[in-house]
Design a protein around this ligand. Structure first.
Ligand code: 2P0
Length: 351
């Protein structure tokens, strides 16, 4: 594991601070939803409209250090640079939540290194806030079991609630609003790892998206006449997906995942003004997936809030799928992922 310490990256920024001594390092992986989270019923508590189900990946980890400092403000370093104001505020607000719960007041230096594309619809905020929640809870000595950590991570980014756990994970929408919703909206692993699929991530564009998923889901909920039908059908997809995973039925898992994702994009296309993450390259990859199926390969697409397409298939078919996607065009750079682990603290020699 590559670990860059805070002092390696920006020793100067610590000149007017004193390290208090409490430090924790955590690693977390992104997850790809097979039944999507798209829409909040409560923006401040990050309560989703629907439940969702994901697969935690074993690629693109984020490593985050939280070090308590005796300084005037939080210091946030993302991928070796000082965080932009908006990202800084997001981290600061999250740390405020942790500090309030822990009854602590010290500021922190946060150093986060993400190995995947950031903000490109490949779940960097999921791995980022899952790692931050895990490291911050430890640094501030907040007593949090995995479910409490999942609820905490949710407050940074909804999808981060799922990256606390490895394998297949369901995030419950929860019941009610306010504290009741907050307590009942958490993620948990559901087993089913015997299915052991591959996800071939067809990266067609590494760039950060023009419209954030937060804004896009807000606009979709508020203006798309197709949003409610999608949300209603997604609730059915979630029930059917859990059954398909339990019976290790890869074609059913793939069909549900593909229809759920395309329905989500359809609801965005009907937003006013429309949100279109799909690019001509995305469509070319979707055609490639159809061609694979016509050739008898069980391959199914899912797409998050960006142009990159992720293709679900059997582990044994992953190389063939990656080769077929590469043949779609030079713009496709496939990476193969499998089921990955939940967020964890890194201790001692592993650092
Ligand atoms: C998902 N996505 O289920 C869906 C599918 C993108 C498309 O979760 O506002 O970054 O921070 O809660 O978690 C992206 O949304 O949004 C996302 P916030 P988040 O993975």
């Amino acid at each position: 594991m590559t670990f860059t310490s805070a002092s390696d990256i920006d020793a100067d920024r610590l000149h007017d601070t004193e390290v208090i001594g409490d430090e924790a390092v955590a690693v977390a992986h992104p997850n790809i939803a097979l039944v999507k989270y798209w829409g909040k019923r409560d923006e401040s508590l990050f309560l989703p409209v629907t439940g969702s189900l994901s697969m935690t990946l074993d690629i693109y980890p984020t490593t985050t250090t939280v070090r308590l400092i005796d300084g005037p403000a939080d210091v946030v370093m993302l991928n070796g640079s000082t965080a932009a104001p908006e990202a800084h505020s997001r981290v600061e607000r999250f740390l405020d939540l942790v500090r309030t719960r822990a009854g602590r007041t010290e500021h922190a230096m946060v150093v986060s290194t993400n190995t995947g594309p950031t903000g490109a619809g490949l779940a960097s905020s999921a791995s980022g806030f899952a790692a931050l929640a895990t490291a911050a809870a430890a640094a501030y000595q907040l007593d949090a079991d995995p479910r409490a950590l999942s609820r905490l991570a949710r407050r940074g980014s909804g999808s981060a609630s799922r990256s606390i756990f490895g394998g297949f994970v369901v995030w419950h929408a929860g019941a009610g609003d306010g504290p009741a919703g907050d307590h009942t909206s958490y993620a948990e692993p559901i087993g089913g790892d015997a299915l052991d699929p591959a996800l071939v991530v067809a990266v067609v564009d590494n760039a950060s998206k023009a419209v954030s998923s937060r804004e896009a889901m807000r606009r979709t909920c508020a203006t798309s006449p197709f949003y409610r039908p999608w949300a209603d059908s997604s609730a059915i997809d979630l029930v059917e997906m859990r059954k398909a995973i339990a019976r290790q039925d890869l074609p059913a898992v793939g069909e549900i995942a593909e229809r759920n994702a395309l329905g989500m994009h359809a609801s965005m296309l009907a937003a006013r003004p429309a949100i279109r993450y799909l690019s001509p390259q995305s469509i070319a990859v979707l055609d490639g997936v159809l061609a694979l199926r016509a050739d008898g390969v069980a391959a199914y697409a899912t797409i998050d809030a960006g142009p990159n397409v992720t293709v679900l298939c059997a582990r044994a078919d992953a190389q063939r799928v990656a080769a077929a996607l590469r043949a779609v065009g030079d713009f496709v750079d496939p990476r193969t992922a499998h089921l990955g682990p939940g967020a964890a603290l890194i201790t001692g020699a592993d650092r």
